[in-house]
Design a protein around this ligand. Structure first.
Ligand code: NAD
Length: 273
């Protein structure tokens, strides 16, 4: 296989959860431009309709399905619709997730007073929201004996990041689950089904804009600390995740399973000293 073909995802059917969001949208657009067929899933219809319009305007094939990553039955319905339309599922990108405002402790808020309902919400979305779609769409990949799952972990899974206990615990679970499911799939269904994750560093998105950028556009103290520990000295551009995801989904990564690939400008490599 010549080098460019190894990275090819043309014609592959890719289910993207959280496709209405920032990361999901960027990655879905890049995959559609590379010729993949996209099944965009999001719980919010308004996000989804706009996304499908954008994907088809790029000349790609895309469908949007309202679905909840925490509802196995709704995912099974999506799987049925995709199989009826395209007959297979090659890629699952578990992107739905993120921190919730209530899941972030205020700087002076004691952990002991953490609202338990917020802890449950954020751990449920990020952990179970990765596990349940992997059960439903992973079953189809196991039957096909081929497929690639890519999860989204975080820098919070490497070392402690203050104020976000639930998000940190859940993303650490995502990294561990990535290794667990990679092992399970390879041992039971052979080398055709791979499971990996990306761990994004710091990108300015809707979920974290308020903690990283002041209303006047200047950097918050927290974002100054982030940049001080990022050897490349800058935030990432969302588009810089696209290549890592396409690589993991392609034949170029045919012997790679169970890895969590940091895309972080060196943040996870650097002690800060
Ligand atoms: N933005 C960053 O800097 C950054 C850094 C590290 C990791 N991440 C991770 O990347 C992923 C996407 O982040 P983002 O910044 O694009 O967030 P986002 O809020 O822009 O997008 C998330 C999308 O998921 C959808 N969603 C929420 N709950 C859902 C559910 N139950 N079922 C289906 N869809 C649901 C939302 O409607 C939204 O469209 C998350 O897992 C987040 O933790 C983001």
């Amino acid at each position: 296989m010549i080098m460019n073909e190894m990275f090819c995802v043309k014609g592959k059917v890719a289910v993207v959860t959280g496709a209405g969001g920032v990361l999901g949208g960027s990655i879905a657009k890049s995959l559609v431009q590379a010729g993949a067929r996209i099944v965009a899933i999001d719980i919010r219809r308004e996000n989804l309709d706009k996304r499908v319009e954008e994907l088809t305007a790029l000349g790609g094939e895309a469908i949007g399905v309202v679905g909840n990553v925490l509802d196995v039955q709704s995912l099974e319905q999506v799987a049925k619709e995709v199989l009826a339309k395209w007959g297979r599922i090659d890629i699952l990108l578990n992107i739905a997730g993120g921190n919730t405002p209530g899941g972030t402790l205020a700087p002076d808020q004691p952990f002991f007073d953490m609202p338990v309902a917020e802890w449950e919400k954020v751990t449920n979305l990020n952990m179970n929201g990765t596990v349940y779609p992997s059960m439903v769409f992973g079953r189809i990949m196991a039957e096909q004996k081929s497929g690639s799952i890519v999860n989204v972990s975080s820098m919070t899974a490497y070392s402690a990041i203050t104020r976000v206990p639930g998000y940190s615990a859940a993303k650490t679970a995502v990294s561990n689950f990535t290794q667990w499911l990679a092992t399970e799939m390879a041992l039971k269904y052979g080398d055709g089904v791979r499971v990996n994750a990306i761990a994004p560093g710091f990108f300015i998105g809707d979920q974290n804009r308020a903690v990283l950028i002041n209303p006047d556009g200047s950097l918050t103290d927290r974002s100054k600390k982030v940049l001080a520990k990022t050897p490349m000295g800058r935030f990432g551009d969302i588009s810089e995740l696209n290549g890592a995801v396409q690589f993991l989904c392609s034949d170029a990564a045919s012997f790679i399973t169970g890895v969590v690939l940091p895309v972080d400008g060196g943040f996870s490599a650097f002690s800060g000293v």
